[in-house]
Design a binder for this molecule. Structure first.
Ligand SMILES: [Zn+2]
Length: 265
């Protein structure tokens, strides 16, 4: 295995629990941006120890300017900012990669596994795909599947990791925190880093067939917006229809059209 793609979010970073800790213009951000970076660096070091030569790290949170590139190993490249394009948190991934690792990922909107649980846009109440609550991890795992690239490992909150073991049993998970109502119980930050390094080192040796996510043949997408006006506006997207005052529905057999829909909502 030579080429690894890492998509890094922050809301599943060890210890994080408040929105002020996720936003670049808030003073609480610096500590968690550093921890987010150290967790990514641990994933890179683990992969490199198993022979991975090339790693693209996609900073995939909010401003996409969170990671501290000088804390990452020299064999990494970092993709910062938003193009923006429909691949979004997965921009830069293509079929030439041998595997994907997600770090700092978090529970979906409508779940209670993380005080910062949400899916894509915090103005959304939630998104369902084929009737199941969709996390960013689900959406981005389908993007990996669309490029025929296996999902090797995920780090983030415990509920998300538990969900992933159902969704893709062959993928390794590293739970670093657990939502307790609106609070969060987490590992020591250095212990999280140790577990991530160790797990990714092994995960990059997994058989690709065991970690390839199956892409559904058909997608029924339902997005609920916190404001009914947003649902009304977005119901004019080609193929979308209003199914309830706050909700639009959209169907397609091409996953790229799901990504395009999300891109424009
Ligand atoms: Zn995020």
């Amino acid at each position: 295995m030579k080429k690894l793609f890492i998509s890094a979010d922050i809301e599943g970073t060890c210890g994080i629990l408040h929105w002020d800790e996720t936003l670049k213009d808030k003073k609480d951000h610096a500590y968690f941006a550093r921890q987010m970076t150290l967790e990514v660096a641990a994933a890179c070091e683990g992969a490199h120890a198993s022979g991975v030569q090339e790693i693209l790290v996609r900073d995939a949170h909010d401003s996409a300017r969170n990671l501290m590139p000088d804390l990452l190993p020299p064999y990494t490249r970092v993709l910062r900012g938003w193009a923006p394009d429909p691949y979004c948190m997965m921009t830069g991934l293509d079929a030439s990669y041998d595997g994907v690792v997600f770090t700092g990922y978090h529970s979906a909107a409508l779940w209670d596994g993380n005080p910062l649980a949400h899916s894509m846009d915090t103005n959304w109440g939630g998104i369902l795909i084929n009737g199941e609550i969709a996390s960013e991890l689900m959406l981005n795992s389908y993007t990996a599947a669309y490029e025929n690239v296996p999902v090797l490992a995920v780090t983030g909150d415990e509920m998300l990791c538990r969900w992933m073991k159902d969704f893709s049993p062959g993928t390794a998970v590293v739970p670093v925190s657990r939502g307790v109502g609106a609070a969060s119980l987490s590992l020591h930050p250095q212990e999280a880093i140790r577990r991530i390094r160790e797990t990714v080192q092994e995960a990059v040796t997994y058989k690709r067939e065991d970690c390839l996510v199956q892409l559904p043949e058909y997608f029924e997408v339902s997005i609920t917006f916190k404001k009914h006006g947003d649902a009304y506006r977005n119901s004019f997207y080609p193929g979308a229809r209003l199914t309830a005052p706050h909700t639009i529905a959209f169907e397609t057999d091409d996953y790229y059209e799901v990504l395009r829909l999300i891109h424009f909502m």
